[in-house]
Design a protein around this ligand. Structure first.
Ligand SMILES: [Zn+2]
Length: 89
């Protein structure tokens, strides 16, 4: 039997912390390797805003990473860099 794993790319769900704390889920799933391109403006694309107080980006969720819990966007960027260096393809 052959098991093919097709989806191991680490992904994060960066969200606007201000919106998150106010009950609005403003964020989107992206590959970690794209985390460096996320801005507070790009996060709000399609959601309205950014609103007053929207400044900090936080990652309350992620998948295919060997850690538990939340992380900062900067940490997600470092995971993306590490994943690219490991060059799985
Ligand atoms: Zn926001």
């Amino acid at each position: 039997m052959t098991i093919t794993i097709t989806d191991i790319a680490p992904r994060v769900w960066p969200a606007c912390l201000n919106c998150y704390n106010n009950g609005r889920l403003v964020g989107q799933w992206i590959d970690c390797t794209e985390a460096a391109d996320v801005t507070i403006e790009s996060l709000h694309d399609g959601f309205g805003g950014p609103y007053e107080g929207c400044q900090e980006i936080w990652c309350p969720n992620h998948e295919n990473l060997p850690i538990k819990g939340e992380m900062s966007l900067a940490e997600a960027v470092r995971w993306g860099e590490a994943y690219e260096e490991s060059d799985p393809e």
